[in-house]
Design a protein around this ligand. Structure first.
Ligand SMILES: *Cc1c(COP(=O)(O)O)cnc(C)c1O
Length: 395
């Protein structure tokens, strides 16, 4: 049966593979087997050893390849394992151009690990394509993007960036964690590898740490599969199963969370105590038009700026519904404080240049009733504002 023309919400659930063919079980079984018996001395079966391939992991890998429209899907032990493995396609003497808003773990891998292997990098503001062009050197092999970026939701013009990459014989890697294949398909726009922290929206329940990569063509897929097997940082069968289950509900979860995020962004934007709201769905966002051209939704993550650290602290202390934690993309709303959480390692001046001020909070919208979330924000902001006016902490 061809599922080719179905919408992504349908493909999330059915797609090319359907449960298990021998028994009709609707869920892919968890194959807890490290090794596989070979029936014949001379001809081996599809699987031999689970680092190289496991049927549960393969079902997940085929699923993400189908959703992103690539030739190969590959599942890794974490988002960082997927990203690091993809960057291991580079060789000593190569150079990579990386967005300066890149995820902290990727920043660390590029600047502290790749560097030791003589793989050089330049961090660039990817919202400025002229800056990208001038950063390219004769040995540049990869341009690495993240859009929207974290936490200020800067938008990169993907078709424009990919055009520059192609003109210079570079590959384009895109971390698509924030949008997921539901809202943005970088391979369709010409990117070469799409990467995911599947820990976030794809799994969606704050239970699994996982990473996924999808390649544009067979050659890159074979190369990355070779690295996956050589480096060995694969996703286990049980986590592969949990992630497959999470992916089935991605449509329902992310659509609801994104609708709520739009409402919350508007609420915050109209609030006099909030200095700035960063959300690509607001017409005032500098990347609003660009994002609309390359994505089908603004997503479920936004950031907002309170006047200072004391106000941010008062807000966090008084808000009741969200979890205060790192990470994002879960059924529970997650509030985080980039200055001391995701971007703690960055010097204060560097942080502030990127808009990560002491009053900035990031909010990943979950599946709670949006009116409850807004009412909760409203009462917490009232306290924060009162404290700011009086200089006294309300307990
Ligand atoms: C969380 C995250 C990562 C890292 O993924 P892990 O699963 O934590 O290793 C990479 N990129 C983005 C955008 C992320 O949010």
């Amino acid at each position: 049966m061809s599922q080719h023309n179905n919408h992504l919400e349908t493909k999330l659930i059915h797609g090319a593979q359907r449960g298990e063919t021998q028994t009709g079980a609707v869920n892919v079984p968890i194959y807890l087997s490290s090794t596989f018996h070979q029936n014949s001395f001379e001809e081996f079966g599809a699987f031999d050893y689970s680092r190289s391939g496991n049927p549960t992991r393969q079902a997940l890998e085929e699923k993400i390849a189908e959703l992103e429209g690539g030739t190969h899907g590959l599942a890794f032990a974490s988002g960082m394992a997927a990203i690091s493995s993809a960057l291991l396609l580079l060789s000593a003497g190569d150079h990579v151009v990386v967005t300066k808003d890149v995820y902290g773990g990727t920043f660390r891998f590029v600047s502290e690990v790749l560097k030791r292997f003589n793989i050089d990098h330049t961090f660039v503001d990817l919202t400025d394509l002229d800056e990208v062009s001038s950063a390219i050197k004769p040995n540049t092999k990869v341009i690495y993007a993240e859009t929207p970026s974290n936490p200020c939701m800067n938008i990169t013009d993907l078709p424009g960036l990919i055009k520059i990459a192609k003109a210079n014989n570079c590959l384009t890697f895109v971390d698509n964690t924030f949008m997921t294949p539901l809202y943005q398909n970088p391979l369709d726009l010409g990117a070469d590898i799409v990467l995911h922290s599947a820990t976030k929206f794809l799994s969606g329940h704050s239970d699994v740490i996982a990473g996924l990569a999808v390649t544009r063509n067979q050659e890159l897929g074979d190369k990355l599969a070779f690295i996956q097997n050589s480096f060995g940082s694969i996703l286990g069968a049980q986590d592969s199963y949990l992630l497959l289950q999470g992916i089935k509900t991605l449509g329902a979860r992310l659509n609801q969370s994104s609708n709520s995020a739009g409402r919350i962004a508007e609420y915050l934007n109209a609030h006099s105590f909030i200095e700035e709201v960063y959300y690509p769905g607001l017409p005032t966002h500098p990347g609003y038009e660009l994002h609309k051209e390359q994505s089908t939704s603004s997503g479920a993550v936004l950031s907002f700026k309170l006047p200072n650290k004391a106000a941010a602290k008062a807000f966090v202390d008084h808000v009741r519904i969200p979890v205060f934690a790192v990470s994002l993309g879960a059924v529970e709303s997650i509030l985080s404080y980039p200055a001391t959480m995701s971007h703690a390692a960055m010097p204060k001046e560097e942080r502030e240049l990127r808009g990560i001020t002491d009053g900035l909070l990031r909010f990943s919208v979950g599946l709670e009733n949006v009116d409850d979330l807004i009412a909760d924000f409203d009462q917490a902001l009232k306290v924060a504002e009162k404290e700011a006016d009086s200089g006294v902490t309300v307990s």
